[in-house]
Design a protein around this ligand. Structure first.
Ligand code: TTP
Ligand code: MG
Length: 391
């Protein structure tokens, strides 16, 4: 049987406007419009967003600011403070990563999370969503709307249903009952033209589409038709697309002379681990897999890999893993020509494994930060552990 998937879609409520209301209590409960300067109705530009109080007047995102002014001249109009909203966005993403490493960023205030592998840490999938909302409220003092479903499309639709501060769960068993009454416009990727064609075929709801013979839909829309029909039937295997720009970080060192000198080999290993872990920290990653590359005299090259229980960018952890791999490698007394260390299987460095996190980690993070600070100031080669020094 296929493993059950739990996909969460989080979308902050009236994001820019809610931040302004949070930061200025006088704005709370009032119509607030964030966007271009209305200049008493003569302003150009558009509304970025507005508070729910302003929406009652018919104001919405992308509306010309002059029209928004006409609809509600007594609204409070504020300029866009992009830097502030980006800071808040980063804090929200930090909360997401406390719940799962599988986060797909969609926009400044919206993301998909796959909690299939982590919900058991927080109770049920539903409880996990409530905790995400609660953490955002506690830490950031803002409300989010959340949808939970077995497929992305349904999770996204669900998060929008009970805005603001909403929480809607769609179970696998309830998926079709949820989707079928909805307008076909809700199907992802289905544009206005396709909608017109479907209307002409007598298809108005997702259920109408699902119940049609798929061959009929394919005849009209080709391959897309199959995709639309599958979505209408709640079939969508698309995974969360986690953003990691680099897939691995590695460093190699070739000895001037092939060697068996244990001290020298360990020094080089330490140096490589320092460099790899420094780059991990610079690029904001932690790795779970450490790979050691060994080239022996005669040019045979081998790799050995180990996956550790929690992602790391700590030099000593990467070194310990590399050294274990080296010690367990049977080199039959052949000399070593080259060593390489690679970290892969990335997680964002914000990722905190709540199960395994030890207090000790905080201290080590502090030490690494201090060392990184010196490196940034005095250059990458300014500081290395004693063992990593190369004569
Ligand atoms: P949305 O999530 O679409 O809107 P929202 O968070 O303001 O309101 P909702 O409760 O309906 O989710 O967009 C997030 C932010 O992106 C929004 O606060 C402002 C910005 N934005 C624009 O600048 N222009 C736009 O046209 C839209 C749609 C959003
Ligand atoms: Mg939003």
């Amino acid at each position: 049987m296929k493993k059950k998937r739990f996909i969460v879609h989080v979308d902050m409520d009236a994001f820019f406007a809610a931040i302004e209301q949070r930061d200025n209590p006088q704005l709370r409960g009032k119509p607030v419009v964030v966007g271009a300067d209305p200049k008493a109705g003569k302003g150009r530009g558009v509304v970025s967003t507005c508070s729910y109080e302003a929406r009652k007047f018919g104001i919405h995102s992308a509306m010309p600011i002059s029209i928004a002014y006409k609809k509600c001249p007594h609204a409070i109009f504020l300029p866009v403070d992009g830097e502030k909203y980006h800071d808040v966005s980063r804090q929200i993403y930090k909360v997401f990563y406390d719940f799962t490493p599988d986060v797909e960023p969609i926009s400044i205030d919206e993301a998909f999370l796959d909690i299939s592998g982590s919900w058991h840490l927080f109770g049920s999938p539903f409880d996990t969503c409530l905790s995400i909302k609660a953490e955002i409220k506690d830490q950031i003092k803002l409300t989010a709307s959340v949808g939970l479903a077995p497929i992305k499309m349904a999770a996204k639709i669900a998060s929008d249903l009970k805005k603001p501060d909403g929480m809607v769960e769609v179970t696998q068993e309830g998926l079709l009952d949820f989707l079928w009454p909805l307008n076909i416009r809700k199907i992802w990727g289905l544009g206005e033209r396709s909608e017109d064609i479907l209307h002409n075929m007598g298809i108005r709801t997702i259920g109408d589409l699902a119940k049609k013979d798929v061959r009929e839909i394919i005849a009209v829309f080709g391959k897309n038709g199959d995709h639309f029909w599958q979505l209408a039937n709640g079939i969508d295997d698309r995974e969360i697309e986690v953003e990691t720009e680099a897939k691995s970080i590695s460093n190699e060192f070739t000895f001037d002379e092939d060697t068996l000198d244990k001290k020298r080999i360990e020094s080089v290993l330490m140096l490589l681990c320092e460099k790899v872990s420094w780059r991990l920290r610079q690029e904001g990653f932690k790795g779970r897999t450490v790979t050691l590359k060994i080239r022996l005299e005669g040019f045979h090259t081998y790799t050995r890999a180990a996956t550790i229980s929690k992602p790391t960018n700590f030099t000593d952890v990467i070194y310990q893993e590399s050294k274990n791999l080296y010690d367990n490698f049977e080199r039959k007394n052949k000399k070593v020509r080259l060593l390489g260390v690679k970290a892969s299987n990335f997680f964002p460095s914000d990722f905190k494994d709540s199960l395994f996190r030890e207090q000790e980690d905080e201290k080590r993070e502090g030490i690494h930060k201090a060392v990184d600070g010196i490196r940034r100031k005095f250059g990458e080669n300014s500081i290395y552990r004693a063992r990593g020094k190369l004569q």
